[in-house]
Design a protein around this ligand. Structure first.
Ligand SMILES: Cc1ncc(COP(=O)(O)O)c(C=O)c1O
Length: 482
């Protein structure tokens, strides 16, 4: 039997950080601590609340990440001058404990909307072309065709263009992963990476553990592969609950776990490192593979990009998946996976599925990554996504019905909104469509038709008066339903 004590201990520790952070946050929210006030010193709180210094420090780091306090050198932590007035956050989900076959959803309809020119596209999680480095990419594509016609028009059969695989392996060092370029398989977007991973790891009828709410593209993939989804309780900031996951692993035959570990879709949650380490260990204990979708990992609002669970993967069971769809272009369809011990099987599946991914985009992206242009572009993009999410949250606080909750992502470009019970997001979807606004209604993110009063909004759009109006309109439509 696997030893699980240490995993439990780590989970307990994580809860302790969060408890301390929430108690101090409570003092700020209720006005006991006001903007500019010094919050209790680390040592002071350590003595007063009988928690370790490292727990208080970690809790204060979390408050810093949430924009509530700031550290001043040699002076301590202070409540920020203008902590943003935000709606409450949603609570952890509580999905039913039964694995389900997925029913067809409305993802196709939502995706079809992205081609409509006159819509405010808050539905699909697609960055607007104006935010992407399309001119640079076009130049690099043209140069690839001109300078390397044989490569650009040939197959890239050996799991992808070697210089691109090398650039990807190099960038994954920032996610804490040491990979050989030969361990990277280039795919048609993250979607194909996840599909190939699940094909390699499961058989029809198997059960896969997912977050709740979960990315609908993943749920649809499970449907097509005739797999059952078992949703685990999920925290809006820290992702899947490890106690809930362990309970499932101990009682159910699970073929794989599939999670978006950084700035998840739709919640925007990021697993803290300690939790990632504990998750890798737990999966090792139970010998269950993880499909780790890290498509938003390079989009933190502050600081370095978060690590991947793959960084803690001693058992080599993590199939890491990602793409450039959220950062460079969704249309060039360049993604990848790092399949670990499943490399041979996944490389073979890729080959028989579509031989290789398009060649010219692989050449162009390899060149884009090898200069400094990609990092400069990422800095701008992160700032835009951060500003948009902040502005959207503030507008939601002022225009949506009282009781509306919103996530507070620390990266990516998605917001999950929980409206008061009584608002039906499918009806909201229809009425918003009549006003030329698209949204992603909550039930798309569940295998059980849950989240009727929720929706996901895409903040990957240039800010404009029309966008502001659209948020106000959604708020009015939600009010009208109550
Ligand atoms: C979590 C997640 N995974 C995968 C995808 C699909 O990515 P790609 O366009 O690279 O196939 C998306 C797109 O929205 C996503 O949000």
């Amino acid at each position: 039997m696997p030893t699980k004590r240490s995993v439990k201990d780590e989970a307990r520790e994580l809860r302790l950080y969060e408890d301390v952070a929430e108690r101090v946050e409570g003092l700020i929210v209720d006005g006991t601590l006001r903007p500019g006030d010094r919050i209790p010193s680390v040592r002071g709180l350590h003595r007063k609340w009988s928690v370790s210094v490292s727990t208080v420090l970690e809790a204060y780091r979390r408050l810093e990440d949430r924009g509530l306090v700031e550290a001043r050198p040699k002076s301590g932590y202070y409540v920020r001058a203008a902590p943003r007035l935000l709606p409450d956050e949603p609570e952890s989900s509580n999905p039913p404990k039964r694995a389900r076959r997925i029913r067809g959803s409305m993802a196709y309809r939502l995706m079809a909307e992205v081609t409509k020119p006159d819509l405010v596209k808050l539905g699909a999680a697609m960055p607007h072309p104006d935010l992407l480095p399309l001119k640079a990419l076009d130049r690099l594509l043209a140069a690839a065709m001109r300078d390397e016609p044989a490569s650009s028009h040939g197959y890239m059969v050996d799991s992808g263009y070697p210089p691109l695989r090398k650039e990807i392996a190099r960038r994954m060092v920032d996610a804490g992963c040491t990979l050989a370029p030969e361990g990277v398989v280039v795919t048609n977007g993250a979607q194909e990476a996840v599909y190939l991973a699940l094909r390699a790891l499961t058989r029809p009828g198997d059960t896969v553990v997912v977050e709740s709410p979960a990315y609908y593209g993943l749920l649809e993939t499970l449907e097509v592969l005739e797999l059952k989804a078992l949703a685990a309780r999920t925290h809006p900031r820290e992702g899947v609950d490890l106690d809930a996951l362990e309970e499932i692993l101990a009682s159910t035959d699970v073929a794989a776990v599939a999670l978006v570990t950084n700035f998840s879709n739709p919640l925007g949650s990021v697993m803290p490192d300690a939790k990632k380490r504990a998750l890798a260990r737990l999966l090792d204990d139970y010998e269950v593979p993880l499909v780790e979708d890290d498509i938003y990992g390079e989009l933190p609002y502050e600081g370095p990009r978060p690590t991947a669970v793959k960084a803690f993967d001693r058992g080599d069971r993590v199939v890491y998946c990602s793409s450039f769809s959220k950062t460079i272009s969704p249309g060039v369809r360049i993604g990848w996976c790092a399949p670990g011990r499943y490399l041979e099987r996944i490389a073979h599946l890729k080959l028989v599925t579509n031989t290789s991914s398009p060649s010219a985009p692989q050449l162009a992206i390899a060149r884009f990554l090898s200069g400094g242009a990609y990092d400069r572009h990422l800095r701008r993009l992160r700032a835009t996504y951060r500003d948009n999410v902040g502005r959207m949250t503030a507008l939601i606080a002022s225009t949506f019905p009282v009781g509306t909750r919103a996530t507070r992502p620390a990266g990516g470009h998605l917001l999950w909104i929980e409206m008061p019970r009584g608002v039906d997001s499918m009806r909201l979807y229809e009425s918003a469509a009549r006003q030329k606004i698209s949204i992603a209604p909550g039930p798309m993110f569940s295998a059980n038709g849950r989240y009727v009063n929720c929706m996901r909004l895409n903040a990957g759009l240039p800010w404009s008066p029309r966008l502001e109006d659209a948020i106000g309109t959604l708020g009015r439509l939600a009010h009208r339903q109550l």
